[in-house]
Design a protein around this ligand. Structure first.
Ligand SMILES: *Cc1c(COP(=O)(O)O)cnc(C)c1O
Length: 353
């Protein structure tokens, strides 16, 4: 800290992302990336775009990508906002819809970026306790003073809340914005995108980082009533006209157009996930019923922190949050079947079963 820092710079408590080690033989199951490559069509359009276009600015309005994503969800382009990763979409949303002075609500155990944005923008927040099984009680989010943000499925618990509960939360906050962060929804039952035309106070935020294997490209998006989208555009255009570069614009569009590739990769992850949950239970783990591309588990006999350290020694990186009430849990990203086999063989050695 220095005397030159603004109040905002002093107030900031930056998010700490999962370790990104560049060790090549490491099995990386710690940041919920997709283990499979993106559609080959993504690479083809990026190569095409590289041929002589980089000297030109990208589209400031991202119209083609908005139209493509709109078509995918039966919405129009003006009901879609594109951001540089959904983290940026979320930051703009906090600025556009939440006020200093009016407390927003989110779960006590959730994506740790929410308190970071709230502190940065001076927005008070209420962290709502989860039930003993880590599930969410929709009524706890009714009639909020400042708005609601809820990931569905939740991270890091992996639990999904049924669309009827999500709709009840939206309905019972008629004068506030309810943001549903659907980073993992493609691995779950149903998106709340179908509620966008029904309610003017819901914003559905998604990303291409997980289910579309494009974490390195940085494209996230929001679906909502065009008046909400307009507010996000005002925020973006007050910061940077060109948040999405040329490669990201064409790459993300190709990813949405290749539905077959997406479906196959997603089904593969879901099928691996079901096997992983079963195997972990056989090893004595208590595993939450996941609808995401990761599992959240605890063992009655082995400390999570110790397991994390032992796995890391063996070149397998998982995520451990040194924070109550989840400090005895591990979050394990679903990798390829081959990666998960190696994970289980090391885990067997470590816990000696
Ligand atoms: C991964 C994740 C994000 C951020 O995704 P990007 O689009 O890569 O910025 C947002 N919310 C949750 C809950 C996530 O897990």
């Amino acid at each position: 800290m220095s005397k030159f820092w603004s109040q905002m710079a002093k107030r900031a408590e930056p998010y700490v992302p999962g370790e990104q080690l560049e060790q090549v033989d490491l099995i990386k199951l710690n940041t919920n990336e997709n283990p499979y490559p993106p559609s080959p069509k993504v690479l083809a359009v990026i190569e095409e775009e590289l041929k002589g276009k980089l000297h030109l600015y990208p589209s400031p309005t991202a119209d083609n990508l908005r139209q493509t994503i709109g078509d995918y969800y039966n919405l129009s382009a003006n009901e879609v906002f594109i951001g540089n990763g959904s983290d940026e979409v979320l930051a703009f949303s906090f600025m556009a819809f939440f006020e200093p002075g009016e407390p927003i609500r989110f779960p006590e155990v959730t994506y740790s970026f929410y308190p970071v944005y709230a502190k940065l923008f001076d927005i008070p927040f209420e962290e709502i306790a989860l039930k003993d099984d880590f599930s969410i009680d929709a009524e706890d989010y009714f009639q909020s003073k400042g708005g609601v943000i809820l990931p569905n499925p939740n991270a890091p618990t992996s639990l999904y809340v049924g669309i009827d509960h999500i709709e009840a939360i939206i309905k019972n906050n008629p004068t506030q914005v309810v943001i549903i962060d659907e980073a993992y929804v493609d691995f779950a039952a149903q998106s709340a995108a179908s509620l966008v035309r029904k309610y003017d106070n819901v914003l559905v935020v998604q990303t291409t980082s997980k289910s579309r294997s494009l974490a390195g490209l940085r494209v996230g998006f929001a679906l909502g009533n065009s008046s909400l989208i307009d507010a996000l555009i005002r925020m973006k255009d007050s910061f940077n006209s060109y948040t999405i570069d040329r490669l990201a614009l064409v790459g993300a569009q190709a990813a949405f157009e290749d539905k077959a590739h997406f479906q196959k990769a997603t089904e593969r992850i879901i099928s691996t996930r079901e096997g992983v949950m079963e195997k972990m239970r056989l090893l004595g783990f208590d595993v939450l019923p996941s609808q995401a591309n990761f599992v959240f588990a605890t063992h009655p006999m082995y400390l999570a922190k110790w397991l994390y350290t032992e796995l890391k020694k063996e070149g397998i990186l998982v995520r451990h949050f040194d924070k109550q009430p989840i400090d005895n849990y591990l979050r394990i990203t679903i990798g390829t079947d081959d990666q998960m086999e190696k994970f289980f063989s090391k885990l067997h050695e470590i816990i000696n079963i």
